[in-house]
Design a protein around this ligand. Sequence first.
Ligand code: 7TS
Length: 410
Amino acid sequence: MSSALDVNAIRSDFPILEREVYGKRLVYLDNAATSQKPRQVIDALVRYYETYNANIHRAVHALGEEATAAYEEAREKVARFIGAPSSESVVFTRNTTEAINLVAYAWGRANVGEGDEIILTQMEHHSNLIPWQQLAAEKGATIRYIEITPEGTLELGNLSALFSPRTKLLAMPHVSNSLGTINPVEEIVAEASKRGVTTLIDGAQAMPHMPVDVQAVGADFYAFSAHKMLGPTGVGVLYARRELLEEMAPFLGGGEMILKVTFEGATWNDLPWKFEAGTPNIADVIAFGSAIDYLDALGMDNVRRHEVEVTAYALDRLRGLDDVTLYGPDDPEQRGGVVSFNFGDLHPHDVGTILDRHGVAIRAGHHCTQPLMRCLGVTGTARASFYIYNTQDEVDVLIEGLKAARDFFK
Ligand code: 7TS
């Protein structure tokens, strides 16, 4: 039993956890890819479509006003949840990937030029790598990487040597989706900021799992996805310092993002709508508001404590198997609820396939971090990732499945 959360009560809110896979109870351990959704979020979607579906920010009718109010209320909830100074700093996108691309286009194209430098880490998800490689190739800029240590943490001893007068941006993950490593983002952002370097934190694996205050982190930009934190797919958030959003040109042009349009040109809407062209993902943003309510009621400190407990138990049990290679920091306090491993000489996909037959869903492969896999000297790993509804019993099912995989391939 978790000491931090009432997991039985939580589990009863998630209809999908009642289903079986191949006749076995579903054990869902692929939360770093996407989380499951509680009934409260599903109900919010149904309620919207059944009772007040309408386009927002334009209608004079009741439905439009209700939908607009609910959409903007969700933005207020997000702003409070992340500690933003105001909801004007909260831009809705499709996902983390689009939030980062928004910055690469609207800020990057205007501020990064030939000979300039960008600092990333060796543990980037491709979505915080490709947009910067594209920008660097287009502009003739260079990317430098903070290396990883054998323990899977960032090598920060020579951080200051990575900065130069040409450094324009430092972008990095708050928590690694492959190693689980929690990076000391406050410290690194402070180093960058004191040199006048703009900063972006990819918070896709942090915001769902621990208390995060974007102002305490101090970054200029902070990106994350709703679908990894009980919300629907199709909603991401870009938090940005207001001054930056003010000076940036729009990312996409069209309806909603304008104030006044003539045949000769246009002026832009106020923040944050300047960055939300076209009809947004109204239903899913509203349902994301319900996901925030759900997490708020649990308390993010409790979410974090629960994940530390389950992760510590999983690490212990995995260490008890012969032939398991674990990646990332040993100390569960230094990592999120992500456990990457390899098992003997079994291919991670084979491990994943056998586990699936036991009802256990994990991810196997490179986890969209191919350069990191090369640093680790592997082509992929098996990865179990936990959330609020996972239990130690489920970790036991994982371990039994791994033993069965070993026997199967013996
Ligand atoms: N950044 C990190 C650190 C991530 O883990 C992910 C998704 C993304 C960005 C992209 O998020 P999206 O919502 O735009 O797709 N990570 C994973 C994963 O680890 N397995 O599947 C998706």
